[in-house]
Design a protein. Structure first.
Length: 127
């Protein structure tokens, strides 16, 4: 039986350094295409408008506002799905989900778990 090739998920990463680099490496290792990496809110919003990624991974502490980025990017029923990194307390997770994040993961998330969450978020949108 022939396997269908896996389609890579297009991702915009929005995070502070060195977290941005760690996220970038984890996603590439998981087979995802990092279309752009940003370190500030304005650059992130411009990249999302220009690229139309499947998923956007946002650092909750993104300079300019992680929650502001989620509000501006996460529109119901539209791409991209937003995954937030840095939900280390229940209050942080609730805040991210309330403003539209598809998922909120702790900053110390394992690379494999992050890649799987991105795959799941992209797949959930297509169903």
């Amino acid at each position: 039986m022939e396997q269908t090739p896996r389609t890579s998920v297009s991702v915009v990463v929005a995070a502070r350094d060195p977290l941005r680099q760690s996220i970038h490496e984890a996603l590439q290792a998981g087979g995802h295409r990092v279309a752009e990496s940003c370190t500030a809110l304005a650059d992130t919003l411009a990249a999302v408008r220009r690229i139309h990624p499947d998923v956007c991974v946002v650092d909750r502490e993104l300079p300019g506002g992680g929650l502001a980025a989620i509000c501006a990017i996460a529109l119901p029923g539209r791409q991209p799905r937003v995954i937030v990194i840095g939900g280390d307390t229940p209050a942080q997770v609730r805040a991210a989900l309330l403003v539209g994040a598809a998922e909120c993961l702790p900053q110390a998330v394992a690379p494999e778990e992050l890649a799987a969450a991105v795959s799941a978020a992209a797949a959930a949108h297509t169903h």
